[in-house]
Design a binder for this molecule. Sequence first.
Ligand SMILES: [Zn+2]
Length: 304
Amino acid sequence: MKAEYTRHIIDIIGDNEDKKFIIIGGIHGNEKGGIDAILNVLPELKKNSLFQKGKVFFLKGNLPALELNERFVEKDLNRLWTDENLFSEDESSPDIIQLKELYNLIADEICQNNFDNCLFLDLHTFSAKSGVFCIPASNPRSVSFAQSFGIPFIEKLSDTLPGTALSFFGNKGMTSLVFEGGTHNTAKASRTLEAGIWHSLAYAGFISPELEKVKKGRELLKEISNDYPHHLELIYRHKLENYYNFRMNKGYFNFKPIHKSEFLAIQNNLRITSPYSGYILMPLYQRKGSDGFFIVREKNKISE
Ligand SMILES: [Zn+2]
C-alpha cells in the first residue's frame, strides 16, 4: 500500500478477506463526529476477541479539509466522484488529490475492484438541529442495509446527488450507505454514529448481534427516531449555484412537516417557497454547501 494512502487509515481489524467493510469519517472536513465515533469503537472492538469474521478498514476522508476544519478546501470532495475527475490529469486542487488517493485505496488496494463482497459506510453530520437518517445507494442490497437500522431512510436521494462516494460505489454494485448521525460537533451525533457502527458490524455478521454494545446502539437508534416516518423518498432538491446568496429561514429541522407554498428561505433577495408539501431535510445553516434543502415524503403516499 502506498504511503500517501495509508495516511487515510485509522485502523484495520480482522484478517478474513472474504468480506470487507469500509467505514469512513470526515469526507467533509468539518464533520469530525464520524472519526470520534470510530475512535470510540476501536478499543472496545479490540477487546475480548469481539470480532468474528471479515476485515474492516476504518478510514479518514479529506485530510487537508479535516486539518482546516472546513467542509472542503476548494471543491466538495463528496461531489467529485465521477470517472471524469478520477481519470483526468487534473491535480490542481487538494480535494481532487484526496479523491484520487481515496479511490486508489478503496477500489484498488482494499476491494481489488471486486465490489460485490465489500460494504461501504460513510459517516456524516449536518448543520440542522435534529434528526438522524440514512441514505442508501440505489441498489437492493443497500436499501436492505438502510432498512435494517430502524431509522428514517431516504430512497432516490443518492441518484440526485451526482458525484457522491455513496452513488459512485453503489453504482459499482457495492452495498453502500450514508449515515447522517446528527448535528455537527455534538456529543450526541458521535454517540449516534457509534451506535450506527455497532449495528452495521453486526448486520454484516462481523460481530454478534447479542453484544451489549450492539443492543444498546440499536435501542438508541430506535429511541431517537421513534417519532419520525421511516420509509421516505426524495421529491425535491433545492440545488444552489452559490451558497453565499442563500439564507434559510430560522426554525427548520430535519423532518419538520412543511406545506406547499410555505416561505422557506431568501435567495438573491427573492422569497423561496416550497413547491410541495412534505418533510424538509437538511436545511442549510452553514456557510458552505451545494444544496439549500431537500423535500421528502413517505413512500407510497401521494403529495399535493
Ligand atoms: Zn457531510
